[in-house]
Design a protein around this ligand. Sequence first.
Ligand code: ZN
Length: 85
Amino acid sequence: MEADEGAQMHPAKAPSCKSQEMLHARLQADVRVYMKAVQQLEYSALKVGNDPSFRKALRDVQIARAAFIEARKKLNRHIASHNCG
Ligand SMILES: [Zn+2]
């Protein structure tokens, strides 16, 4: 997925990092929201085609997906710049 993964040397690694822990927790929380939204969307799709609850579930999935992708980007950017991965 990440093209440059493992391509760089990181000579000085931070032993423990609060920022990374925070970003990682945020990512996990966002992934949980995303999985729950997908589950709800699948459930709605079985029952209805295009009613308001289906469209809301679809919107929730799109919002949750964007949030978790952003959280993953922030975590990867932080690890790359702070060498704490
Ligand atoms: Zn860090």
